[in-house]
Design a binder for this molecule. Structure first.
Ligand code: PMP
Length: 352
């Protein structure tokens, strides 16, 4: 840290992303990426012509991309916001709506507390219930920005749409942000409720179900006023925050929606396979509706399993935090990758 850094950032505890090792090749099950490549349409959209066009700025409105998303989600382009990954949208939302404080579960996506700290937002943390479900009654009738990942991360547990709607209804004077990064793997989206409630902000991403983590593309669906707020912040920071290649790739991905729906089905089937295999080996596996499972062994500690797997070339995510340090978050890869993963777990347990 230099001596010039603004005092308010000096103690900032920045987000630690999952490892992206460049040294050797792992079965990479640590950052919830898709095991499947982008669709054929995406691959041909990112072509020589578009690369040559990189000399020009991208469309700051992302008009074609918004129109494509609006059609898919049965809404209008004015109800769509797009940004450089959904992290960008979360950041903007904390900036825009955090002035009365923010409330989110204790065990959830680690970036929420970082954004709160970055923007000096007073935070209320609600412990998850003993079974790792969200304590929804604690989110009713609060006059604060409410942030809930559905399904939650790293647990994978989803809330029903009815419960989400209760939370929205009971907080008419504050924004309810539902982070649906993993919604396409079996949970119910609140996107359609945005027509009914002017305080709902539904945030999604192309990083998981649409195999585009490296392209950095997130989007939000909400009432027109909320979208206008987010646009105002975007135009006050970085108007060209989605590059040309990502814009054309995003449009093609929306066009090829059926391909991604099929991939999600495959991932759900593989998740069921992994859950059964781990349970047979004595693991407790939480009921996941995401492209990962959160699991704890009755034979080996969370940290020891993470390390042993890494040694054997499989990378999972371990959080050295109270309540969850015995667990590992395991991304669902291809069936073949997961068969190898299960073999490695068996080897490790056999060596104890
Ligand atoms: N929300 C949750 C719950 C996540 O796990 C992630 C991925 N780390 C994100 C948002 C951000 O995803 P991205 O910026 O790649 O869209």
């Amino acid at each position: 840290m230099s001596r010039f850094l603004n005092e308010k950032y000096q103690k900032l505890d920045a987000y630690t992303p999952g490892e992206q090792p460049q040294d050797k090749s792992y079965i990479k099950l640590n950052t919830n990426e898709s095991p499947y490549p982008p669709s054929g349409g995406v691959i041909s959209a990112v072509n020589e012509t578009e690369i040559k066009n990189l000399r020009l700025y991208s469309d700051p409105e992302s008009a074609r991309l918004k129109t494509a998303l609006a059609k898919l989600y049965n809404t209008e382009a004015e109800n769509i916001f797009v940004s450089n990954g959904s992290d960008d949208i979360l950041n903007f939302a904390f900036m825009a709506y955090g002035s009365n404080g923010v409330i989110f579960p204790d065990i959830t996506y680690g970036f929420y507390s970082v954004f709160a700290e970055l923007h000096g937002i007073p935070t209320t943390v609600i412990p998850l219930n003993e079974d790792f479900t969200v304590n929804t009654s604690a989110f009713m009738g609060k006059n604060k920005l409410i942030v809930i990942a559905n399904p939650n991360a790293p647990t994978g547990i989803a809330l029903s749409l009815e419960v989400i709607e209760e939370i929205i209804k009971s907080n008419p004077d504050s924004i309810v942000l539902i982070d649906e990064a993993y919604v396409d793997f079996g949970a119910e989206s609140c996107a359609s409720l945005t027509e009914k409630y002017d305080n709902l902000l539904c945030v999604q991403t192309f990083s998981k179900s649409r195999s585009m983590a490296g392209a950095r593309l997130g989007f939000a669906i909400a009432g027109k006023e909320i979208i206008a707020d987010l646009e105002k912040i975007k135009y006050s920071t970085n108007p060209y925050n989605i590059n040309r290649l990502t814009q054309v790739a995003g449009i093609a991905a929306v066009t090829d929606n059926d391909y991604y729906t099929e991939n999600c089905k495959k991932i759900i089937q593989t998740r069921e396979y992994v859950t059964k295999e781990l349970e047979a080996l004595g693991f407790r596996v939480l009921d996941s509706k995401a492209n990962f499972v959160f699991a704890k062994s009755n034979k080996i500690s969370g940290m020891a399993l993470y390390e042993a797997l890494k040694e054997k070339g499989a990378l999972v995510r371990h959080f050295d935090k109270p309540r969850i340090c015995e667990y590992n978050r395991i991304t669902i890869g291809s069936r073949k990758e997961m068969e190898i993963f299960i073999e490695k777990v068996k080897e490790i347990l056999g060596e104890l």
